[in-house]
Design a protein around this ligand. Structure first.
Ligand code: NAD
Length: 490
């Protein structure tokens, strides 16, 4: 069901499905739903109409959630690992039974096409279940005649999870699952642009976790700094831009909170001269324009070998012309709107640079009129390598195509950035591509694909793309102290 307008012009929430009410949204503090005197709302970016009201948390709400989280921490840390795993898996089952409602909610709040919203939900479930099923046993490092040395992983304590607006449910659940399975309570702060899905998964969690273990606070721009500066949390797990990540780290330094920072990217693709152009060019276009380019790991700089450049560009252009832009509830839409007006204006700034920086447009270049925040997928043909479109992360569907003539030159150009999140190398010769891949400065590097994350493997960034990793056993360990236990046998 598509969202519908009410008399006052606000879009109503999606329907109730599977028993969860997708029309009202609350904070979750100490096991209870609560509202606030002041409220606000996000915008449906396809229509620019208001979504339902959400709380604007006060400092008192922060204090209540911190106190409840601290209180819950002791008991939850003592709860056996297997019981915590059971609770997380039961929560995943409950999310699954509400999957359709969550997918519609995601389209309404984030803008992404419904089939991609359903994919976000499926991948969310895969992440939660993978993280819940991993084990983190005590490691026996030394066993000698007179002593044993063990390494135990103990919960850090109360954690704050801060999420951005591009994958609101997936990124929220990617923090909750490993945090609580390792014995830590968590307070989730969703993005003010997309608070709905995050609040709902936490509401649903109340059926499976004791009060105070999984909490959520929605708010305005004051809330994030209040949470990171508060002395109670032991850790902040943050996903967002590199600029905000630096502020979070600075704030956390005051009480030496642990941080995991998953930040921005300016991912390169290196397309070698031996690829099958007809097969690879459409894939590269897809990976640049997926989620309307609003993915940390979207392809943002595409380096194509000069020998095949023209045919590769033309094939990418041909494919890009087939990608439909529109409201996420419409059939066959590939690109939904940009999620919010601030980001929309920022992305439009790169279109203004078409004139001011004299870019050659291979396809796209003109955007439709509002009210929704729609942007036409656009390819810029060989801009200067120090131009904005190459150096910055646009986080929208506009991407530069660049050239190189040797593998060494491609490596040098790809690494010429402060970011280091993902990268990919495309070639008919996997060994040659792997050799190039190993030289790239990025946390995840793919050969002949991109963005294919597996939650069993660590995920994180080099350079200004982040600190620490999520996913895999390392992701579990990031929510733990490592304690070395020396046991003298006599
Ligand atoms: P953002 O940094 O503006 O906001 C992220 C979150 O931080 C929001 O919840 C926001 O309210 C909060 N916040 C803002 N200022 C804060 C402060 N001073 N203290 C604490 N919290 C604060 O990012 P965004 O615009 O929501 O998301 C887009 C960015 O996120 C892009 O750069 C993208 O590459 C990055 N991202 C990274 C990953 C990853 O896994 N590496 C994943 C998704 C998005």
């Amino acid at each position: 069901m598509a969202p519908h307008a009410t008399e006052n012009g606000a879009t109503n929430g999606t329907s109730q499905s599977g028993g969860l009410d997708f029309t009202t949204f609350s904070n979750v503090i100490d096991g209870k739903l609560s509202s606030t005197q002041k409220t606000r709302h996000g915008i449906n970016p396809a229509t620019a109409k208001a979504n339902p009201e959400v709380p604007v948390s006060t400092q008192e709400d922060v204090e209540s959630a911190m106190a409840a989280g601290k209180k819950a921490a002791k008991q939850w840390a003592k709860t056996p690992y297997a019981e915590r795993q059971k609770a997380v898996l039961a929560w995943a089952d409950a999310i699954e039974s509400e999957k359709d409602g969550f997918a519609k909610l995601l389209t309404q709040e984030q803008g992404k096409p419904l089939h991609f919203a359903a994919f976000e939900m499926d991948f969310t479930l895969q992440i939660i279940r993978t993280m819940a099923n991993l084990e983190l046993p005590t490691e026996e490092i030394i066993d000698e005649a007179d002593r044993k040395v063990l390494v135990r992983y103990t919960p850090l304590g109360l954690t704050v999870g801060i999420a951005p607006w591009n994958y609101p449910v997936l990124l929220t659940c990617s923090k909750i699952a490993p945090c609580v399975v390792t014995g830590n309570p968590i307070i989730i702060k969703p993005s003010p642009f997309t608070p709905y899905g995050g609040l709902k998964v936490v509401e649903l969690a109340q059926r499976f976790f004791p009060p105070g273990v999984v909490q959520a606070l929605s708010g305005d721009d004051s809330l994030g700094p209040w949470l990171t500066a508060h002395p109670a949390p032991a850790k902040v797990s943050f996903t967002g831009s590199s600029a905000t990540g630096k502020r979070v780290m600075e704030s956390c330094a005051k009480t030496l909170k642990r941080v995991t920072l998953e930040l921005g990217g300016n991912d390169p693709a290196i397309v070698l001269d031996d690829v099958n152009v007809d097969e690879v060019a459409p894939k590269i276009a897809t990976l640049a324009f997926l989620n309307s380019g609003q993915i940390c790991l979207a392809l943002k700089r595409i380096f194509v070998h000069e020998k095949i450049y023209e045919s590769f560009r033309d094939k990418m252009v041909e494919h890009t012309k087939t990608l439909k832009v529109g409201e996420g509830f419409e059939k066959d839409v590939f690109l939904g709107p940009i999620q919010n007006s601030m980001q929309y204006e920022r992305v439009k700034g790169f279109f203004e640079a078409i004139d001011t920086e004299k870019y050659n447009v291979a396809v796209g270049g003109k955007n439709p009129e509002g009210p929704g925040y729609f942007i036409t997928p656009t390819i810029i043909d060989r801009p200067k390598e120090d131009s904005r479109i190459v150096v910055e992360e646009p986080f929208g569907p506009i991407v530069p195509l660049l050239t190189f003539s040797t593998d060494e030159e491609a490596i040098e150009k790809a690494n010429n950035t402060n970011y280091g999140l993902g990268a990919s190398v495309w070639s008919g010769d996997v060994e040659r591509a792997a050799k190039v891949a190993k030289e790239l400065e990025a946390g995840s590097v793919w050969v002949n694909t991109h963005f294919e994350i597996d939650p069993r493997a660590p995920f994180g960034g080099f350079k200004e793309s982040g600190i620490g990793t999520e996913f895999g056993v390392g992701g579990l360990k990031s929510y733990c102290n490592s304690q070395t236990l020396y046991l003298k046998k006599k």
